[in-house]
Design a protein around this ligand. Structure first.
Ligand SMILES: Nc1ncnc2c1ncn2[C@@H]1O[C@H](COP(=O)(O)OP(=O)(O)OP(=O)(O)O)[C@@H](O)[C@H]1O
Ligand SMILES: [Mg+2]
Length: 292
């Protein structure tokens, strides 16, 4: 068994690769600041008080529909927190819950325990560690909802191990901040929800955010195909049409619009507002049909 089983990657923060992550996700006013402040609490207030007086677990949970920017934002947040912790060595650790839970025959339980009790604390030994638990429901499936018939007993055990491990890690290592994301807060064990110091619901982008996402995407395309920059002036109109789409979908549909016909695909400078509008409308229609 590798020493780093269940870890997708790890490196020191701040990391230049994560700089764009923080700015590229457009959010309602105040969200970014709130997230950063709540995360910093973990290293300031939490470290100075005993757990009994300050039952802070150093767990920030980002919930929301697929494609709303949770994973990207979590990475950006980790990077920003590290920038504010000047003078503290800060390690970034990205957990791969799928790899952990797919271990065969009772191994998941051992692997999860080892991750929380040895691997992560070791990473935080000479400073702080910021850990991304992406799609955390994979790791801590609600025991309440698991049927013993349908699910192998190993999943129950691994969930128990994850919760026990999380509990010990967060009590004993007050220099570890966990940033978790989930699309399915309902599938998440309530013990995890209750341990979160802060839960931020990342909703679908509002009008202003949609406008910014559209302008940002057009600007990026305009760097190569300069005529596309002219469409930025129509971002308001497009943002209204995109109501109901998530940020990932909005960006994707602008590219999809470039593929509306062969001429535009060959020369994106030909892209029109009408093509983008049609792509947004098509996507919304599809979304509606799939939900029906
Ligand atoms: N609010 C937003 N502002 C700007 N871009 C966004 C926004 N939301 C999503 N995106 C775009 O969608 C991409 C994918 O986002 P990300 O993978 O972080 O979403 P997610 O919420 O983690 O999705 P999933 O739940 O499917 O894992 C981002 O890199 C970004 O380009
Ligand atoms: Mg994600």
């Amino acid at each position: 068994m590798s020493n780093l089983e269940g870890i997708a990657r790890h490196f020191n923060l701040p990391h230049a690769e994560f700089d764009p992550a923080w700015d590229s996700i457009m959010l309602a006013k105040g969200t970014r600041e709130r997230l950063l402040a709540q995360s910093l609490l973990s290293f300031t207030v939490r470290q100075k008080l005993p757990f009994e007086a300050a039952p802070m677990h150093g767990l920030i949970l980002l919930t929301g529909a697929p494609g709303t920017g949770k994973t990207t934002l979590a990475r950006g947040l980790a990077n920003q927190v590290a920038k504010h912790l000047k003078g503290t060595k800060c390690k970034y650790v990205e957990v791969d819950p799928h790899a952990l839970m797919s271990s065969a025959h009772g191994r998941s339980q051992q692997a999860v325990a080892k991750l929380f009790e040895h691997t992560i604390p070791e990473m935080a030994m000479d400073g702080a560690a910021i850990v991304l638990l992406d799609e955390v429901e994979t790791l801590a499936v609600s025991r309440h909802q698991l049927s013993l018939d349908a699910n192998p007993i190993d999943v129950h055990r691994a969930t128990d191990a994850a919760l026990a491990g999380l509990d010990r890690l967060t009590r004993e290592h007050r220099n570890v901040l966990l940033i978790a994301t989930t699309n399915f807060p309902k599938a998440l064990d309530s013990a995890v929800l209750s341990r979160a110091d802060h839960i931020e619901e990342i909703g679908l982008p509002n009008l202003l955010a949609r406008r910014e996402i559209i302008a940002d995407t057009l600007k990026a395309i305009g760097k190569v195909w300069t005529k596309v920059s002219d469409l930025e002036a129509q971002a308001d109109r497009l943002a209204k049409v995109a109501d109901g789409l998530d940020g990932r979908r909005i960006r994707k549909e602008i590219f999809s619009a470039i593929g509306s016909d062969i001429e535009t695909a060959k020369d994106p400078n030909r892209l029109t507002v009408t093509q983008i509008e049609a792509a947004f409308k098509h996507s919304l229609k599809l979304q509606k049909e799939m939900a029906a």
